[in-house]
Design a protein around this ligand. Structure first.
Ligand code: NAD
Length: 439
């Protein structure tokens, strides 16, 4: 099949195709007109956009808005009501898990909740659309793969929506057909002008927030005024840094395009350069990943300088023996070694790729529809959890390498760290007692 045929076959709504007979655990055998019922968990920003994407998808109803912050819940409700929905609002998503009529759960909480909530939802018989990164640490990704194996009739799809871009799928197919000969190196980057998060003060928990449930599996710390919302990304207790926050997307594109899985070595050079504040990760980081068969990826993250590189504030480029392919969500460009464009497919997307509420919004819609079709058994997930895990693992390993001397050697069979006790100890995390996740 050539790549034009591939595109025609896969269609606009989903890149993966395949027919499986599959019954929703909640509804039994689904008819094409049966609505899937979704619980949206964590709806402050990304989750509200996703709740709207689900609510506006065919044969889908968002029946629960779950958020520990009442003010955030109101945003999720608004996004769903706009599309004619009438969701029940709960602070504790476990109420939605107990409801047999719910088929699937969308999780857009902070990262420390992603895997634990996914495991709970899978055990309750639901399929899960979980935002990236699929886990807060390397071990959690492996737990999700084990959960998918334990409940094969349900689906876990990660929210790396570029996997549902028809143009990116076409670029990957073109590379596999040899458009630039042997493809051997990927360069991924992200540039953003983030400000300081300052120094937080311990203050009383606002009444509209259930901070105990917000913390969930993470070890308890006093409530400070510069963490919720969003800034938790930059603290190890809840977040995973810019690598997992934004690197995941383009590192995943490079990994997909090069056809590589687990690395043999990961390196990192990084510092918190610009501000002296509570931010615990880095604001400029370069992660190097070496794979078998002489393939490599480098990701460069600039959290505090928004200057575009190669004309894009974020992107992925694949280098090969006969040229270079630059891949953006809406377009790919085949270039010669001097950077002269020889083929351009698709069109650059307007609106800015770092718009967090609707980054590349058509991709998100495609990804949501692909997930829903997968839950029905009419498609294969474009981002099954074993693939999502491999890309997220590279990001975690970048952070681990940074903390453990700048480099880790890894087993290309499973990505596990070889011979570095400190790095091996960072594979998982400590959990709050009573909240340890289980497959
Ligand atoms: N795929 C993408 O392009 C994309 C874009 C933006 C964000 N994201 C991901 O989405 C996630 C959310 O990001 P955000 O910017 O919206 O973060 P945010 O901090 O603004 O929102 C998180 C929400 O989760 C809620 N929450 C926390 N614990 C909860 C619980 N136990 N039950 C229910 N709700 C809970 C919080 O109250 C908050 O409303 C992150 O993991 C992020 O990486 C993905």
């Amino acid at each position: 099949m050539d790549r034009r045929q591939f595109l025609k076959t896969t269609g606009a709504a989903g890149v993966g195709v395949g027919l499986m007979s599959h019954a929703s655990p909640a509804l039994g055998v689904l008819g094409a007109s049966d609505k899937l019922r979704i619980a949206a968990v964590g709806v402050n920003s990304r989750g509200a956009a996703l709740a709207g994407a689900f609510a506006s998808s065919p044969n889908c109803e968002v029946t629960y808005i779950c958020d520990v912050d009442d003010k955030a819940a109101a945003k999720g409700v608004k996004a769903v009501v706009k599309h004619g929905g009438d969701p029940k609002v709960v602070r504790d998503f476990r109420e939605a898990l107990d409801d047999q009529s719910v088929d699937a759960v969308m999780i857009a909480t902070p990262d420390h909740w992603h895997a634990p909530a996914t495991l709970m939802a899978m055990a309750a018989g639901k399929s899960v659309y979980v935002e990236k990164p699929c886990g807060h640490n390397c071990a959690e990704g492996e737990m999700l793969i084990a959960s998918q194996a334990k409940y094969p009739k349900q689906v876990i799809q990660m929210g790396n929506q570029r996997r549902s871009s028809v143009v990116i799928a076409e670029a990957v197919a073109a590379l596999k057909e040899g458009v630039i000969g042997r493809a051997y190196h990927g360069k991924a980057w992200y540039c953003r002008n983030r400000g300081s998060i300052g120094r937080g003060k311990v203050v009383p928990v606002p009444r509209h927030l259930d901070y105990e449930l917000w913390q969930g599996p993470a070890p308890r710390v006093s409530y400070k005024d510069n963490v919720i919302h969003y800034n938790w990304h930059w603290f190890w207790n809840w977040g995973t840094g810019e690598t997992c926050n934004n690197g995941t997307h383009e590192i995943d594109v490079c990994r997909w395009a090069l056809g590589v899985d687990y690395p043999t070595r990961v390196t990192s050079t990084a510092l918190r350069h610009k501000f002296d504040d509570d931010w615990e990760f880095y604001d400029i980081q370069t992660v190097g990943m070496t794979f078998p068969d002489k393939k490599s990826i480098v990701w460069e993250g600039h959290s505090v300088d928004a200057m575009a590189q190669y004309g894009s504030d974020r992107g992925a480029m694949i280098f090969g023996e006969n040229g270079i392919v630059k891949i953006d969500p809406g377009q790919y460009v085949v270039m010669d070694h001097k950077g002269k464009a020889v083929e351009r497919v698709g069109a650059a997307q307007a609106g800015g790729s770092t718009d967090v509420k609707a980054p590349t919004k058509d991709l998100t819609k495609n990804h949501v529809i692909n997930f829903l079709e997968s839950v029905r058994g009419d498609a294969k997930p474009n981002s099954p959890i074993d693939e999502g895990h491999k890309s997220v693992l590279l990001c975690h390993l970048g952070n681990v390498a940074q903390e453990c001397g700048g480099a880790v050697e890894t087993d290309p069979v499973n990505g596990r760290v070889v011979g570095n006790a400190k790095a091996q100890a960072m594979w998982g995390r400590a959990y709050e007692k009573g909240w340890e996740p289980k497959v």
